[in-house]
Design a protein around this ligand. Sequence first.
Ligand SMILES: Cc1cc2nc3c(=O)[nH]c(=O)nc-3n(C[C@H](O)[C@H](O)[C@H](O)COP(=O)(O)OP(=O)(O)OC[C@H]3O[C@@H](n4cnc5c(N)ncnc54)[C@H](O)[C@@H]3O)c2cc1C
Length: 606
Amino acid sequence: MSAPSCSVGIEQPHGRAHGRLRAGVPRLREEQIVIESRETGVRPEVSALRDRPRAEVLIIGGGINGIATFRELALQGVDVALVERGDFVSGASSASSHMVHGGIRYLENGELRLVQEAVLERNRLIRNAPHYVKPLQTTIPIFKTFSGVLTAPFRLLVTHGRGRPRERGALLIKLGLLVYDTFSRAGGRVPRHRFHGARRSLTELPRLNRSVRYTASYYDASMHDPERLALDVLADGSAAGGERARAANYLAAIGLHDGRVRLRDEAAGEEFAFEADIVVNASGPWTDLTNAALGAPTSYMGGTKGSHIVLDHPELHAATAGREIFFENSDGRIVLIYPLKGRVMIGTTDIDADPREPQRCTDEEIDYFVQLAGHVFPSIRIDRSQIVYTFSGIRPLPRHDDTAPGFVSRDYRIVPGWIGRVRVLSLVGGKWTTFRALAEHLGDETLRLLGRRRRVSTRNTPIGGGAGYPRDAAGRALWIARHRGDHDPELAGALLDRYGTRAAEVLRALPASPRELPRLPGHSAEEFAHLARTEHVLHLDDLLLRRTSVAFVGGLSVAALEEAAEAVAEALGWDGERVREEVERAAAILRDAHRVELGRPGAAPL
Ligand SMILES: Cc1cc2nc3c(=O)[nH]c(=O)nc-3n(C[C@H](O)[C@H](O)[C@H](O)COP(=O)(O)OP(=O)(O)OC[C@H]3O[C@@H](n4cnc5c(N)ncnc54)[C@H](O)[C@@H]3O)c2cc1C
C-alpha cells in the first residue's frame, strides 16, 4: 500500500440537518440515523468526527485491542477518536478460536509473563463479563508418555523457540498443567487440573480413540460471542466519554498530510483530515501497511493465518460431552474440537500469510481438520457435507524469521515513533484474552505522553451486559421477573443469554408480541431493527456476522437474508433497491469468505 495523494479537500459545505447530533453517544438514536442517511448520506458517527476534526488521541483499528484502548482512554477523560475501515471486529478479532486462555502451550516458549497475565485476565473476564465468558473444561487426549519432555526444555533454553515442533507426551503436559495451576491460584476462578488413565478417560468420553493412554483435563474459558463482547466494550467507552469518545466504522485512515491523518468514509466516499496529538496504530495484522500508508513503512509484523470450520453434527457434539477437546497432532500442531451454540467448531491452522490477500479456509485445511477429528473420534463419520460455516483470519504476530509459526511469541509490544511531527504508537501483537491488560499498558503510555494521570482502573470494571448479570438460577429468575414487562419469560431469558443484562434495553424496544422471523427462528424483526438503530450497522452482513450468530450456526437461505434485510430496512432507510443490493453483498461475502452456499449444506466450492 503506498501513501495516497492527499490533495482532496475536506471542508466542502454539507447541507446537513444535524444540529441535533450529539457525538459519541453510546447508542445511536433511530431518528439520527434516518435523518442523516436520508438527507446527506453521511452517518452521524462520521459527521461527529468531520465536524470537529481533532482529538488528543486517534486510534486506527477497531478490533478488540483498538476498542479496548478506546474504552480505557475514554474512562480517563481523554478526548479520543477511533476509526475502523471495515466493520468493528471484522479483522483478526472475528477469527479467533473463541478461547480466553492462559495459553498453556506458551509455557514451552518460556513466555511466563504472558501466561501469567493471560490467566489473570481470563479470571477477570469471567468476573467482569460473565454473560459472554464462561469457564470451559478442556481435555487433552494423550497418546504418548514421554514425547516432548526433552525437546521442550531444549527449545526453551537452547533454541529459544526455534526448531521443529513435536507431539507432547503425558509427562510434559503434566508439568505444564502444574505450572498453569500455580498461575491460576491467584485469581482462583477455575478448578485445578485432573489427570486420568485410559479406563477413566474412556468412561468419561467413550467415543474417544481407544488407543488413548491418558487424558488431562483443566479449565480455561470460552467467549461464545467475541464480536458482541467487543461491541459491549465499545459501547462502554462511548458511554464513558460522551462527546469526547467518538468512534466510526467504515472510516479508513488512508494517509497523512501536513500532520493530519486523512480519513475516507467508505460508505459516502468523502475524505477529510483529522488531527491528533497521538496516533495509536492498532491495525492488527495490517499495522505495517497502515504505517506505510501514513508515510513511514515498518516491518514489525509476521502474521500467520488460521482457519476454523463449523459443523452441524449432533453426534460429534454429544461426543465432546460439553468440553473442548484440545488435541495435538504428531507434528506438534494444535487442533481443537469445541461445542459452541449447538454446533461443533474445529480449528485451527498456523500458516504464514500475506495480509494484503483475503483469507479463507482452503480445501487442504478442511481435509486436515476432518482427518484429525476423525483420529480423535474414529467411530464418528465426519465429512465436509456437515460444514455450515468456515472462517479464517491472520494473527497479528511479530515478524518471526525462522521460528516455526506455532511457536512465534503471542506477547505484544508497543513501539513508539514519529511520522513527521505526529507521534505514533504502533501495537505489535496482542491476543484477545489480554485485551484489557494491553489497553491498560497502551493507555498508561498514552497518558504519560499527554502528561495526564490515570483516573480509574478497569481491572474490576464490569463490561456491558455483564454488569449485574445474575450468578445463579435464583438470580436469573429474579432478573427475568423484574425486567420482562409484558413479555414471555422465555423470551426474556433468551435475550438475557444473548445480550446479558443489556437485554433490558432490547426488551424495552420490543412490542409485547414481537414478530418472529419465520426463517430465522428465535429472532424477531423488532430485535433486528433495534440492533440496526443502536449498534453502528451499515450493511446486512454486519448484522448476520457480527451483531448476531445467525451466520455462524448456518442454515441460511436467500429468503432468510431477505427477511433479515426487510426487518432492518426502515430503521436504516433502505429502499427496495438497497435491500436487494445488501442481500447480494451478504450472499457474496458468505460464499467467498465463509464458503457458505445459501440453501445448501456443505462447504461451497472455491
Ligand atoms: C485463527 C486465530 C485464532 C485465534 N484464537 C485466539 C484465541 O482463542 N484466544 C485469543 O486470546 N486470541 C486468539 N487469536 C488472536 C486474536 O484474535 C488477535 O490477536 C486479536 O483479535 C487482535 O486484535 P487487534 O484489535 O489487535 O487486531 P484486529 O482485530 O485485526 O483489528 C485491527 C483492525 O484494524 C483495521 N484497520 C486496518 N487498517 C486500517 C486503516 N488503515 N484504517 C482503519 N482501520 C484499519 C482492520 O480492519 C481491523 O479491524 C486468534 C487469532 C486467529 C487469527
